[in-house]
Design a protein around this ligand. Structure first.
Ligand SMILES: C[S@@+](CC[C@H](N)C(=O)[O-])C[C@H]1O[C@@H](n2cnc3c(N)ncnc32)[C@H](O)[C@@H]1O
Length: 255
């Protein structure tokens, strides 16, 4: 059944601008506004940021008005509007999703958003996703929240680190709640603390102090992308003139 979950209230233009700025919208982006009203978010995404966009709204009169506004702004080649229930919308092509809904609608939407491609950004005017903390928030007249869909990094991982002459096996156990991650490591079987663990979309970074070369201790700076059961990226040992860089690849050993 199609229900109008939220009444129509337009986002002020300054807040529209701030939402799209905070999301870092650009020409490569496809912006979907869920409950698009008069179309101002999608029209602005196209006109000011060079993106493409789609607005969906349950109210056909607002869809017609949005189409007319897109015509007047000269952006019909890059902005489309559909009369549709936002819960039926195909979000697969979105790189950015914008919302000005209500708390209970946000919570209903949350599992769908979390299942989207890691790195997808969501910006919301006024309402948040409950205990999924935003990656960023600004308050310029109105609150604007930004989330970046995190990859699934939780689990046990193993990587052989190719830095001759010492052979090293990294075992990593990652715990995750949304984008918040913590990790424990063993380096050649020896427990090692993991520092500065961060997950932004599919990008995981952390630091482990390498004690396998006793006379030359240094930090390992790991940076990689999580894709299914593999993490791949760059590993730097040390800093400045003492820095050496290699690739690293970890595979999931269980979930
Ligand atoms: C608060 S307004 C926001 C309009 C626009 N996004 C903006 O920020 O200016 C919410 C919009 O959601 C639409 N809406 C409510 N329930 C909906 C549903 N189930 N599916 C699609 N749109 C819906 C309403 O018609 C309204 O236009």
């Amino acid at each position: 059944m199609r229900t109008r979950e939220v009444p129509y209230v337009a986002t002020p233009q300054v807040t529209v601008d701030e939402m799209l700025r905070l999301a870092g919208v650009g020409p490569e982006d496809f912006v979907i506004d869920l409950g698009s009203g008069d179309g101002r978010i999608v029209v602005t995404a196209v006109k000011k940021f060079g993106a493409r966009g789609l607005g969906v709204d349950i109210d056909w009169r607002l869809v017609s008005q949005a189409e007319e506004n897109a015509r007047q702004a000269g952006v019909t080649d890059r902005a489309r509007f559909l009369e549709q229930d936002l819960f039926q919308a195909d979000l697969g092509q979105a790189t950015v999703i914008t919302t000005y809904l209500l708390p209970f609608v946000m919570l209903k939407l949350r599992p769908r958003v979390l299942a989207l491609k890691p790195g997808t950004r969501i910006v919301s005017h006024d309402f948040d996703f409950g205990d999924w903390r935003p990656d960023r928030k600004t308050s310029i007249r109105k609150d604007v929240f930004l989330w970046i869909v995190p990859a699934q990094a939780a689990g046990r991982w193993q990587a052989r680190l190719e830095m001759p002459p010492i052979e090293r096996l990294l075992e990593l156990e990652i715990k995750q709640r949304y984008q918040e991650v913590s990790a424990h490591a063993r380096l050649n079987g020896v427990p090692s603390q993991v520092w500065e663990t961060k997950l932004v979309g599919d990008r995981l970074s952390f630091v482990v102090v390498d004690t396998t070369d006793r006379d030359n201790e240094a930090s390992f700076y790991f940076d990689g992308r999580v894709s299914g059961d593999v993490i791949e990226g760059e590993l730097a040992r040390g800093v400045g003139a003492g820095r050496s860089v290699t690739r690293w690849r970890a595979v999931k050993v269980d979930r």
